[in-house]
Design a protein around this ligand. Structure first.
Ligand code: C5P
Length: 232
């Protein structure tokens, strides 16, 4: 059986022509395209439709974080997009009630996942933000993953370093979407809790979110294929 391509390329640009060129170049080399706030705030529903129409499933990474009613209604508005996003997300720190409300707005045909702890946050950043300093960052991420599971969400976004506990406790069917991926010899940039593609897959990642290591390469399709080859 051939395994699905786990690479989700982050198209982090406000520019429609650049996004289109990347998607055209990467068709066949990635499993998903991720559009985030940088693109969506600049290009809106029409820009989304132009990219989603290319046929690669889209993870629309808008990370909603507000009171339950606002998040629920915001997601209802997003479900009017065509074709519907394959994956949408909210912040797990919005709480159980918010995530439950979010779930009610998103049909099972779109995966709804929760961001646990951003991969750009170091242990020191987490303490400075007021999380219990006696607990490891992975324990905070696991706690938020539990809440997401209780709310009926399909899975989480987490650091590769948080995967082990999540897999043990939430099982194989809980979707793990994992940014902070850096092939060996590439720059960490603003990411702190990172791993290589191979290490993340070995720890149980389902989908690898990879941005600059692919989009910043001279030949993005070749960079994606090289990562895929290393994984097989
Ligand atoms: O370029 P790089 O591979 O660091 O891109 C990572 C992408 O994953 C960015 O689009 C970023 O918004 C996203 N992301 C993240 N950490 C999270 C959730 C999403 O880096 N916890």
């Amino acid at each position: 059986m051939t395994r699905a391509n786990p690479i989700c390329v982050a198209i982090d640009t406000p520019d429609l022509a650049r996004a289109r060129a990347l998607v055209t170049a990467l068709r066949g080399s990635v499993g998903y395209v991720k559009l985030g706030m940088e693109f969506f705030y600049a290009q809106g529903a029409a820009g989304y439709a132009a990219i989603a129409g290319a046929g690669i499933p889209v993870f629309l990474d808008l990370k909603l974080h507000d009171i339950p009613n606002t998040v629920e209604q915001g997601l209802r508005s997003l479900m009017a997009l065509a074709p519907a996003p394959a994956i949408l997300n909210v912040h797990a720190t919005g709480g159980l009630d918010m995530m439950t409300a979010a779930r009610s707005a998103v049909p099972a045909s779109t995966k709804l996942i929760a961001v646990t702890i951003l991969t750009s946050l170091s242990d020191d950043n987490i303490r400075a933000a007021g999380f219990d300093p006696a607990r490891q960052t992975a324990a905070h991420a696991l706690n938020l993953a539990r809440l997401a599971g209780q709310a009926g969400l399909d899975g989480i976004v987490c650091s590769p370093l948080d995967l082990e506990g999540v897999r043990k406790e939430l099982g194989r069917d809980f979707l793990t979407v994992v940014p902070g991926i850096r092939p060996a010899d590439t720059a960490a940039n603003d990411q702190k809790r990172i791993a290589t593609p191979q290490a993340a897959m070995a720890a149980g990642a389902d989908i690898l979110v990879i941005g600059r290591a692919i989009t910043g390469a001279a030949d993005p399709a070749q960079a994606a294929r090289a990562i895929l080859a290393d994984l097989s």
